[in-house]
Design a protein around this ligand. Sequence first.
Ligand code: PEP
Length: 252
Amino acid sequence: MANGVKYFIGNWKMFGIPSSNKILYRIERFFVNDKKHNKKYKIIIAPPFTLLYDFSKRFKNKKIQISSQNCYEKDNYGAFTGNVSPFMIKKLGIRYVIIGHSENRIIENNKIIQEKIKLALKNKLKIIFCIGENKKQKKQKKTFIVLKKQILSGLSKNYNLKNIIFAYEPVWSIGTGLTPSVKLLKKNVVFLKKFIKQKFRLNYNPKLIYGGSVDKKNAKDFETIKELDGFLIGGASKSSKNFIDIIKNFYK
Ligand code: PEP
């Protein structure tokens, strides 16, 4: 499964002010001019909550999609100070939401993540569902156990998994400059796709991207993993140049 569309998804984390829209305009210009490849991939950028409305309006009829970085585990409105429901995100015209990012899993357990996914799907948001083992779990060779548990506790059997992009993000790789070898990443990607396909009785291949210190060099190395459907890119997505270089190198 290599021939499907690839995803280059940028996670800005706690970064960006209104004028940061220039980063998106540069990326969008690159995309439009990249006529040779641009039918083969999609770009999604996840700015912080504060920029969602502005960016969703600016890029409504453009080629870049906007994603939320998270949502709250309650729907509609309520007395939950500082939180934003999937309903409120959807009403901004946003189509995607990241759920289960390891930086949020520090305070969110599997039950909370399950609830978020349920409500996001109810509101017709597409989900970028992050899973990944930490350093200790990797050392103890528990990677597959952890990944299976995260998937099974987050999802119900009756979900339409075409609305979910799995993002395999080893926690030890996020923001550290460390990445799995091509061999190890391929092994984990193949395992995950097979597991999801079997467990949810899919007659198609689920979408699965990789995240963790992706840069222009390792993106090219990982391009050889045909089962991989793209990348979730943190640090490097804050610079239009770094983000564009990843795409350029990937297709070089
Ligand atoms: C992320 O935040 O999802 C991520 C992968 O970050 P980084 O690329 O900075 O490791």
